[in-house]
Design a binder for this molecule. Sequence first.
Ligand SMILES: Cc1cc2nc3c(=O)[nH]c(=O)nc-3n(C[C@H](O)[C@H](O)[C@H](O)COP(=O)(O)OP(=O)(O)OC[C@H]3O[C@@H](n4cnc5c(N)ncnc54)[C@H](O)[C@@H]3O)c2cc1C
Length: 305
Amino acid sequence: MRIAVLARLLDAGEAQVLEALGLMASLGGEAQSLFLGAAAQSSLSAVGEARLGVHPGLDDPEPELAYAAALRLLGDEAPRLLLMPEGPLFEMIGARLGGHYGMGVVRDVDEVQVEGDGIVLRKGAYGGKANVRLRARGGVVAALRAGAFAAADPPAQTPSVVELGNLAEGGQERRTVRDTSGDDLGRAKVIVSGGRGLGSREGYEGLRPFAAMLGASLGASRAAVDEGWASPSQQVGITGRKVAPELYLAIGISGASQHLSGMSGSRLVIAVNRDEHAPIFEAADIGVVADWYQLWPQLQKALEG
Ligand SMILES: Cc1cc2nc3c(=O)[nH]c(=O)nc-3n(C[C@H](O)[C@H](O)[C@H](O)COP(=O)(O)OP(=O)(O)OC[C@H]3O[C@@H](n4cnc5c(N)ncnc54)[C@H](O)[C@@H]3O)c2cc1C
């Protein structure tokens, strides 16, 4: 069975890509590591055959470009199983690739087994309260949940570089504006997420200096996104991003199951909420019962001092 990992060169060596490579190595079969990037690179960590599709626009590609590049790199015949780390590239093109090649598309995958001729995938369901197993007889594009698989430590290889050339179709130029604000959540070591408890857009924006001091990425609950304080790409949860940082700080977030299922891969969770009965405290390793706006000035002083 042919299996491939498809990822951005930008992410090569990141935990999520190493996990996808680890999974591919453990499944056996014919393996391909496919990367898309803006410039050739002399070596990268890869399992099986390493191929690098190169086009100048691929560092931060528009969806059309990323899609055209992926099609050219994958060729006429897609692998039976295409593994993609959950994140920006999958969000942009995963479903379209599945449609193009007639493959099923499954996201939030945390287990994959090859059983005879079938592929069995496990994914979260009902807000993370249950798992379902799906057996695919045809091809599958699987988006892998961050932190669900053991990372590989593959040797560096010299990839065969595929110059992708002109990817514009029909001479038409299409420009898409893509929201990139949550792009780094998947590989963030520290995430500060804000919820409705922050009370206003200014309140949410006020988390930025805190996040900057910690070198953290900024996430959000769906309520904060619905209020228009944060962008949809920053939403953590069952209908947002699944994240697995070393440290997750939840500020003014109640801890609804739909939010928890997106952050359950976090190693250490610290929650700040003024309601001591907030469900987030059941998921937190450290709970701080406090009003954020009283706590923050003291915290700021301590961090700056
Ligand atoms: C199908 C479906 C999918 C969903 N998907 C998601 C998802 O992906 N992600 C997600 O997050 N949600 C999701 N939700 C929504 C989810 O159910 C909750 O409504 C949402 O997570 C609540 O966001 P919140 O915790 O920010 O707001 P709230 O529930 O309103 O909680 C605000 C919290 O802030 C605290 N607070 C208030 N003021 C302060 C203060 N000054 N200092 C400290 N704490 C304070 C309050 O005590 C409260 O606990 C989904 C819901 C459905 C039905």
